[in-house]
Design a protein around this ligand. Structure first.
Ligand code: MF3
Ligand code: CO
Length: 249
């Protein structure tokens, strides 16, 4: 790989604009994700919104991925393909979206409760979001990549959940996935040093049961092996000298 690309202030400004589109879209998805709606319908709404903002869907066509969003329900961890499945009261859904604006990418995800969900699902969503935020809090100049990883893992496991190993966060910029990888588990103090100008997508996937996952026959949908639920949150952030700048909030 070509190493970690540092972004200039003008590149970061474009990525901020891309980030605003992604966060606007996730807000719209939260409003639209209600009992009775299909994930295909959410995808149509998402694609229309992205294009109306002058951006393009980043996932569509990426290694042949067929849609604008990933929609991952209940035991689906990530990369669920939108389709005819209807959301039901009590489901949880992870919505992940990336956009390209003027050649730069932004990528974020949230997990939403559909109607009334059980107490464990509520806790899983809360803990996954908080694990992400604790990881982001470590994303400051002078720390190392695995300080993010260790903070995510420590919190998720303390709360009785487990961390998916096979999929990781990543650098982001002119490409959806750049160096460095950002695992959600590991010992602190390892990996590349964080410096101003780095842009990262930090994205824990946390399982209610065991951390083991498998990919379904569609070649995309990742599910938990034990059938228990999983949640996913992701933000695109910039490293600065002081606190991380979250551009997809
Ligand atoms: N946020 C995910 C990632 O960073 C989504 C990628 S889905 C894909 O990997 F379709 F683009 F692969
Ligand atoms: Co990502």
């Amino acid at each position: 790989m070509g190493g970690i690309e540092l972004k200039s202030p003008s590149e970061l400004e474009i990525m901020r604009q891309a980030g605003r589109i992604v966060s606007g879209l996730l807000k719209l998805m939260e409003k639209e994700a209600k009992p009775g709606v299909s994930t295909q319908k959410l995808d149509e709404i998402a694609e229309k919104f992205v294009r109306s903002q002058g951006a393009e869907p980043a996932f569509k066509g990426y290694y042949g991925y067929p849609a604008t969003i990933c929609a991952s329900i209940n035991d689906e961890v990530v990369h669920g393909i939108p389709g005819k499945r209807i959301l039901n009261d009590g489901d949880i859904i992870g919505v992940d979206v990336g956009v390209i604006l003027k050649g730069y990418f932004s990528d974020a995800a949230r997990t939403f409760a559909i109607g009334t969900v059980d107490a464990e699902s509520q806790k899983l969503i809360r803990v996954t979001r908080e694990a992400m935020m604790r990881g982001i809090a470590q994303a400051v100049e002078g720390n190392r990549i695995s300080d993010i990883s260790a903070a995510v893992q420590a919190y998720a496991e303390k709360e009785g959940f487990s961390v998916v190993r096979e999929y990781v966060g990543h650098g982001i910029g002119r490409n959806l996935h750049e160096d460095p990888q950002v695992p959600n588990y590991g010992k602190p103090g390892e990996g590349p040093k964080l410096v101003t100008g780095m842009a990262l997508a930090i994205e824990p996937m946390i399982n209610a049961g065991s951390h083991e996952v498998k990919v379904l026959a569609d070649g995309w949908t990742v599910v938990t092996r034990d059938g228990k639920r999983s949640a996913h949150f992701e933000q695109t952030i910039f490293i600065t000298k002081t606190k991380p700048e979250i551009v997809t909030e």
